[in-house]
Design a protein around this ligand. Structure first.
Ligand SMILES: Nc1ncnc2c1ncn2[C@@H]1O[C@H](COP(=O)(O)OP(=O)(O)OP(=O)(O)O)[C@@H](O)[C@H]1O
Length: 267
């Protein structure tokens, strides 16, 4: 497999008042260009910690991470990040929130007209052309999250990193955005690493599901390839035995092999 994103023996130890806390150990993962990877595991196991390492927001205490042949040494425009709480600037319109990143990445070498075209195209990709002049407080939670996705895509990242991007949305909006994301990823051929808690979301979207063991000192427990052809249709998948087999494999990992620490303590 072509190693587009490569995580080699990565570990993360945090210094805390109670001493060193080993969050992650020995993470080895290679992601191919165009692959859709989800990270799943119980709360607190280290999913966001791993995503932050790929984003370059934190540095590993051991091991190395490489993206497109270069070591990840900090945040960069080759990696676009979408957070759960969209993190839009409230004083800027939806258009300007996206445009800010476009200017930062392409502003030195492209015309103002071209920059505006890029911004409009990204907003069109997420179906928000009609709302681009609205302020964040004037649009719904799902629309804000679409702006966050547009902002990440507009800088044409090599890898799209998403930390529970739909976690705060109601079930119907979430399903709609998942379907839209499937279409966007098919159109842009993006490489995606996404954190989720949701088994159905992981199976619907992923090429491979990376399952993390419980922390502390979490690591990759199993990696499940999802052999479902694309385009995927959530209604058709409801009757697909392969879909149910994937679902069962992740459920088995999370609730039998890695039953939640709190559940074990209560037993
Ligand atoms: N800066 C930090 N300093 C100390 N400990 C940290 C720090 N960041 C994260 N941790 C700890 O590392 C572990 C992993 O945290 P992380 O947020 O990555 O988990 P997660 O799997 O994303 O959780 P959730 O699903 O609840 O969002 C947790 O025990 C957390 O308390």
């Amino acid at each position: 497999m072509e190693k587009f994103l490569s995580i080699q023996r990565a570990g993360q130890v945090f210094k805390t008042r109670k001493g060193a806390f080993v969050a992650l150990r020995n993470i080895d993962l290679n992601v191919a260009q165009g692959e859709f990877i989800t990270l799943i595991g119980h709360s607190g196991c280290g999913k966001s910690t791993l995503l932050n390492l790929i984003a370059g927001l934190t540095r590993p205490t051991s091991g190395v991470l490489i993206c497109a042949g270069r070591e990840i040494a900090g945040p960069g425009p080759d990696r676009g990040v979408v957070f759960q709480n969209h993190s839009l600037l409230p004083w800027l319109s939806c258009f300007d929130n996206v445009h800010l990143g476009v200017e930062q990445v392409f502003g030195q070498r492209e015309s103002k007209v071209r920059l505006r075209e890029r911004t409009s195209a990204a907003l069109a990709l997420v179906g928000l052309s009609h709302a681009q002049q609205k302020m964040p407080h004037e649009v719904s939670g799902g629309m804000k999250q679409r702006v966050g996705i547009a902002r990440a895509l507009a800088i044409e990242p090599k890898v799209l990193l998403m930390d529970e991007p739909f976690g705060a949305l109601d079930a119907l909006t979430r399903a709609r955005l998942q379907d839209e994301l499937l279409e966007i990823v098919a159109a842009t051929r993006s490489t995606v690493v996404m954190v989720t808690h949701d088994i159905d979301e992981a199976v619907l979207l992923s090429d491979r599901i990376v399952m993390l063991t419980n922390g502390p000192a979490a690591t990759i427990g199993e990696i499940l390839p999802v052999p479902l052809p694309r385009p995927r249709d959530r209604v058709a998948l409801a009757d697909d035995p392969a879909y149910h087999a994937c679902r069962a494999a992740v459920t088995d990992f999370l609730y039998r092999k890695q039953s939640h620490p709190a559940a074990r303590e209560a037993a």
